[in-house]
Design a protein around this ligand. Structure first.
Ligand code: 5AD
Length: 353
């Protein structure tokens, strides 16, 4: 029997050493001791407050295309998924989204999309330069999957500052179970290194409760985060997408996601950590709970209304209500009820590398 006091000792040790052992991780993920879990969340929330004050950063998410040449087994917009109405935004539409976002107070634009060959380097660099020229004080974040190093370099030179590329899993064997044979674990890791070396603020991340995930693979994920020291980490529960090979797999747990958010905050205090849409999809207060467990970023959707339901990487993805950027003021209210202040600034990492 482990007592609440023992868990407190584990949590203190994790926070102090900024490291966790496989046994400590297993203990924190499996305990039914609600008091212990509360201590974990409070420690992580306090750590976020220590580093970033009570600020929560808002990013405007623009889903520029749901075309994808990749075939990740879990994803609802994978290449071989039938019945998806595919769309891509024009440059004008993307710039309109930025304009609306700027007026709503957003100072970071996140351009996210499937791996769509239409958005080659010339097109993408034009769009990035336009945004950079129109909004010199804003951060531009890209999330466009794997590209050659030269491509990342050109996008960086065009004015992009940040790049999100979830590593998906730090275990090569697990990676192979989630992806088709043509995709490579090593290549994905190489992309993250390239982005880092070029000077992007980098975000990695993974799904919680993805098929075949174990405490050991999660342990590897946490060690990867400790090694890479990314500026951002995106995690959210796995949610099955109908029509994919994993359609019948169970969804990841909200509670485990919250515990992992808290552990990541303790291991890497300066990280920018979103309370993701997937968390909000599985629980009506998922995002608020995420903030109370150490997250400090929210990413409301700025995409045109007509496209939002088409970017269906999993079933029932939130795309209206507080997910819609129009309700930015609503999000601000909900955050202020938690004592958090939705910050209207770029929200750069607290520590330069
Ligand atoms: N459930 C939850 N997250 C998913 N992603 C893709 N498919 C799903 C799903 N079914 C995540 C992946 C990807 C990011 C854009 O969304 O981690 O990197």
């Amino acid at each position: 029997m482990t007592s609440t006091l023992d868990y407190r000792t584990i949590i203190d040790a994790v926070a102090q050493r900024r490291n966790i052992s496989p046994n400590q991780l297993a203990a924190l993920l499996s305990t039914n001791d609600t008091e212990a879990v509360k201590i974990l969340f409070e420690a992580a929330h306090a750590e976020a407050n220590r580093v970033y004050g009570n600020k929560v950063f808002m990013r405007g998410l623009i889903e520029i295309s749901n075309h994808c040449k990749k075939d990740c087994l879990y994803c609802g917009i994978r290449r071989s998924q039938v019945g998806v109405r595919r769309y891509r935004l024009t440059s004008e539409e993307i710039l309109d989204c930025c304009e609306q976002g700027y007026a709503l107070g957003f100072r970071t634009f996140v351009l996210q999309g499937g791996e769509d060959g239409w958005f080659d380097d010339d097109r993408m660099c034009d769009i990035v330069s336009e945004i950079r020229r129109a909004y010199p004080s804003c951060a531009i974040t890209l999330s466009l999957g794997e590209r050659p190093r030269e491509s990342y370099q050109r996008l960086f030179d065009a004015g992009a500052n940040r790049y999100l590329l979830r590593h998906e899993t730090a275990d090569p064997q697990h990676y192979a179970l989630l992806h088709p044979a043509e995709m490579s674990f090593d290549h994905r890791q190489q992309c993250l290194r390239d982005l880092w070396e070029i000077g992007f603020q980098v975000g990695c991340g993974f799904m919680v409760g993805s098929p075949f995930q174990t405490v050991q693979t999660l342990y590897e994920d946490l060690q990867l985060i400790r090694r890479l020291r990314p500026e951002m980490v995106g995690i959210g529960p796995f949610i099955p997408a109908s029509g994919t090979p994993f359609a019948e797999c169970p969804a990841g747990s909200v509670d485990t996601t919250l515990r992992l958010l808290a552990i990541i905050r303790l291991l890497h205090p300066v990280v920018l950590l979103p309370a993701t849409t997937a968390l909000g999809t599985l629980h009506p207060e998922g995002r608020e709970l995420g903030i109370l467990a150490g997250a400090n970023v929210v990413m409301p959707n700025l995409s045109p209304r007509s496209c939002r339901s088409l970017y269906s990487i999993y079933d029932n993805k939130l795309s209206s209500g507080s997910e819609a950027a129009e309700t930015a003021s609503d999000i601000r209210c909900r955050l202020s009820e938690l004592g958090a202040d939705a910050a209207p600034d770029r929200g750069d990492p607290a520590l330069a590398r």
